[in-house]
Design a protein around this ligand. Structure first.
Ligand code: BGC
Length: 757
């Protein structure tokens, strides 16, 4: 933004100013704006000449009218009211349509948006040459169970967004992980509403600590990619409130995101972006949400969306029609859509811009300390990788490993990352990109694990083969003291996986290598749990998920013991596909969309419309496994350490408030962090995660952990009385290493309690 000390105002601009003065005067007797005007120190006048907000592209000077909306001492609501009183109808329509130029005449700057939670994204290198710090997948953040880490990594991404000129970050993803075949799970945190809500909320708070807006998404029930533009989730209110809506509710309470992105799919037959129940009744009504709702890109299907709770159509004009401009005007003219709907939405958007700090300090390009940020990415990776198996303490590898075979997974080039809009091009670029469709590519980058392993074991002879020749890989493994095998499965936005297998012949490769060397370690780079028919034949398995640009260093750190693993599964790891609630991913057998459906549902319609019914209702994830008695390969919450932790001195108090206290002691030889978990079950109900902690303890050190129950977690939603209620009775409390390994159980009487929705 450039300013000139000597404003020159042309006739046309004077006319605009006069119109505004008239508008304000018209309001003076009734509106609160008048009172503000009297107190505002700067009279209404053209004070500066600012160049249009597309920074230098336009050479036309714009008169900036300074009014109370620029007075930082006023509340965001008062500032929004004042600005709206000065705005033309066209300017309001531009705000509704996420205009890329802001309202320059009023000094309300353009706000640029960018994806996403894992870093400032650049899908398909659309912003030529733009790189950013690539965090691990959100699934790995979920595995950290570490709310402070969530804040720190969010703050890092937010600061890069601001320093790159962006004011709205289109992250974080808070959909629940329901099915390990869903392609976008790497962008989400967990299968549990509390874990998802707390970590998403803290990440959002970190992002917004940079005076920018974070966007929680995709609201709601966008739990798979197959048919995302056409399917409808059929779900009763109780189930909605107790599962994904609870995750969003908690995240919104903690993080207070400036915007909520409504999703592509339909819920009970109504598009999420025009779903009055979701947007108006629940989000803005019951939860008192004060930010604005923006659409996912191409997810708007009507002008009525505006009345039902959508405030901003984002993503340019990729919807089937110009719903918030050309289609809107005749309806405003004939009164079928009230003008107040425009004002309500614009007010929400503007108040959020003012509240965020974006108007007073618009983002400008600044130096980024990529070195320090890479350390944050590495800390995140180290805090979330999950050591699934470590028979005979084969890990950490000791100095006795003189010959190490490294096999497969492109470990010589970099680590795998998930594809789609969240794709970050890491600092240093990608080493390998395999085209998939459109701008979506299967990409490898960051510190190559092979290089990091070489650095971690300087005295060892380390050889690498890519694993394509199974016999050569087995031969290399046979001659080594230890074989480290990298297995991978790529996931991306807009596709789901047909099954849970690793594929690409990797099971055979692992079988052959494990047969050749009993000291074989498998490192998984996947966006979901995968089937591991060979699991009992390899002594160690590390789930590295998509570990971000310093993932290689984090993997080497865990293998060498420099890092004591402390990640725990945020999802249940099934042993077999038939343990899942649905045998096949919904819609996978539905025919391709015909021309008529594509016309009606938009260009993203990949199938004919279909319904999804989740048989698990509120028993998502580990609760489904408990309900059906199925034994997962690894339970929710599972994760090994190089030390051991003991829990004792359990003390539970009930009544109105449930509080659980116990002691944790690091009884092993190494310092390390643990994730002690507390589960609660209503009489006759399945258990739910009530709380957890992530203490870092020195060897021998103890700490007392206190966990207090959120009544929404221990209670249930009553759709008739429109309240959460905790039924009276004996509740079961477990302190546990994971959902399947209970250390101690206690019972406590709870009295009835009701809480507003
Ligand atoms: C994705 C969103 C993303 C948007 C903009 C959509 O296709 O679903 O998550 O923020 O694109 O890239």
């Amino acid at each position: 933004m450039k300013s000139s000390p000597a404003p020159r105002v042309c006739k046309g601009q004077v006319r605009i100013l006069q119109t505004i003065v008239r508008q304000w005067r018209g309001l003076s007797s009734t509106s609160a704006v008048a009172a503000m005007l009297l107190t505002f120190p700067v009279p209404l006048q053209a004070q500066d000449i600012l160049y249009a907000q597309d920074q230098g592209k336009s050479t036309e000077a714009t008169v900036v009218v300074r009014g109370p909306w620029l007075n930082r001492r006023l509340s965001p609501d008062a500032r929004a009211d004042a600005a709206m009183a000065a705005m033309t109808h066209q300017e309001k329509i531009a705000v509704l349509n996420a205009s890329p130029i802001g309202v320059p005449r009023l000094g309300i700057p353009a706000v640029k948006e960018t994806d996403a939670s894992l870093g400032v994204a650049n899908i398909g290198n659309m912003r030529k040459g733009f790189v950013a710090t690539a965090l691990p997948a959100s699934l790995l953040l979920g595995s950290s169970w570490d709310a402070d880490l969530a804040f720190r990594s969010g703050a890092m991404v937010g600061s890069e967004a601001r320093a790159s000129g962006f004011g709205i970050l289109l992250g974080g993803g808070a959909n629940l992980i329901r099915d390990p075949r869903a392609g976008r799970n790497f962008e989400y945190i967990s299968e549990d509403p509390l874990l998802t809500g707390v970590l998403a909320g803290r990440s959002i708070a970190g992002i917004q600590s940079n005076k920018i807006i974070s966007t929680i998404k995709h609201f709601a029930f966008n739990n798979q990619e197959t048919g995302r533009a056409v399917y409808s989730v059929a779900m009763d209110e109780k189930t909605m409130r107790e599962t994904e809506l609870l995750a969003f509710q908690i995240a919104i309470e903690i993080g207070k995101p400036g915007s909520v992105m409504c999703s592509y799919n339909r819920v009970n037959g109504v598009y999420a972006c025009e779903n009055k129940f979701l947007l108006t009744d629940v989000l803005k009504g019951d939860w008192g949400y004060r930010g604005f709702v923006m659409s996912d890109w191409g997810a708007v299907h009507s002008t009525e969306a505006l009345v039902n709770g959508l405030d901003q159509k984002s993503g340019g004009n990729i919807d089937t029609k110009l719903f918030f401009s050309k289609e809107l005007e005749p309806k405003l003219a004939d009164g079928s859509i009230p003008r107040s709907a425009v004002d309500t939405a614009v007010h929400r958007i503007l108040r959020t811009l003012f509240a965020s700090g974006l108007v007073d300090s618009p983002p400008t390009r600044a130096e980024i300390d990529y070195g320090a940020h890479a350390d944050v990415a590495q800390a995140a990776a180290e805090g979330g990788m999950v050591l699934l198996r470590n028979e005979g303490n084969v890990l950490p590898l000791t100095g006795a490993a003189k010959r190490i075979a490294v096999i497969g997974g492109h470990a010589d080039l970099g680590v795998l990352s998930g594809g789609g809009s969240s794709q970050v091009i890491p600092v240093g670029g990608f080493a390998l990109e395999i085209p998939h469709k459109g701008p979506i590519r299967r990409s490898y980058g960051g510190t190559p694990p092979l290089a990091a392993i070489r650095e971690a074991f300087p005295g060892a002879q380390i050889d690498y083969v890519d694993g394509k020749d199974v016999a050569a890989a087995a031969d290399l493994a046979r001659r080594a003291d230890v074989a480290i095998l990298f297995a991978e499965k790529w996931s991306n936005e807009s596709d789901d996986n047909a099954d849970m297998s690793l594929g690409e012949g990797q099971d055979d490769l692992i079988d052959a290598v494990a047969g050749a060397n009993p000291r074989s370690v498998v490192v998984l780079e996947t966006g979901n749990p995968v089937l591991m028919p060979w699991a009992s034949r390899v002594p160690a398995i590390l789930a590295a998920w998509y570990p971000g640009q310093r993932g290689g260093a984090a993997i080497a750190g865990i293998l060498s013991g420099r890092v004591n693993p402390s990640g725990h599964l945020p999802v249940t790891w099934p042993a077999r596909v038939d343990q899942l609630p649905l045998p096949a991913l919904p819609g996978s057998d539905v025919p391709r969309a015909n021309a008529e459906v594509r016309k009606a549902f938009g260009f993203q319609a990949d199938r004919m419309p279909f319904d999804i019914k989740y048989p698990e209702s509120s028993d998502v994830g580990y609760r489904w496994f408990e309900r059906t008695g199925a034994q997962p390969l690894y339970p929710f919450g599972h994760g090994l350490s190089y030390t051991a932790f003991r829990y004792d001195k359990l003390k539970v108090t009930g009544g109105r408030q449930l509080t659980v206290r116990f002691r944790i002691t690091n009884v092993g030889q190494r310092d390390g962090a643990d994730v002690p978990q507390v589960y609660v079950a209503q009489p006759g109900g399945t258990k739910r995660l009530m709380g957890w902690s992530k203490p870092h303890l020195k060897a021998g050190q103890s700490r007392t952990i206190t966990v207090t129950a959120d009544p929404r977690i221990i209670g249930e939603y009553d759709a008739t009385s429109h309240k959460w209620s905790v039924p009276p009775g004996q509740y079961t409390i477990d302190i546990a290493h994971d959902a399947g390994s209970v250390v101690e159980t206690s019972h406590v009487a709870m009295s009835r309690r009701e809480v507003r929705p």
